[in-house]
Design a protein around this ligand. Sequence first.
Ligand SMILES: [Zn+2]
Length: 65
Amino acid sequence: MKPRGSTASADQRPRLNADWHRANRMPKNPSTAQRVAWHVAHTQACACRPIPASILAELSRHAAR
Ligand SMILES: [Zn+2]
């Protein structure tokens, strides 16, 4: 058991799902569809980074039509 309050850094770390990342590597030269699919799956499995704006734009394009 560690005393709380001495270091704040532990609580501020991004929530990285390392197992998911090991199992789901981004391809070397991903197509747009691959990147979109990766980020959609990623955001449900892991919170280490938000979906980039370019991916969100692709998602809304697909959602619109
Ligand atoms: Zn992640």
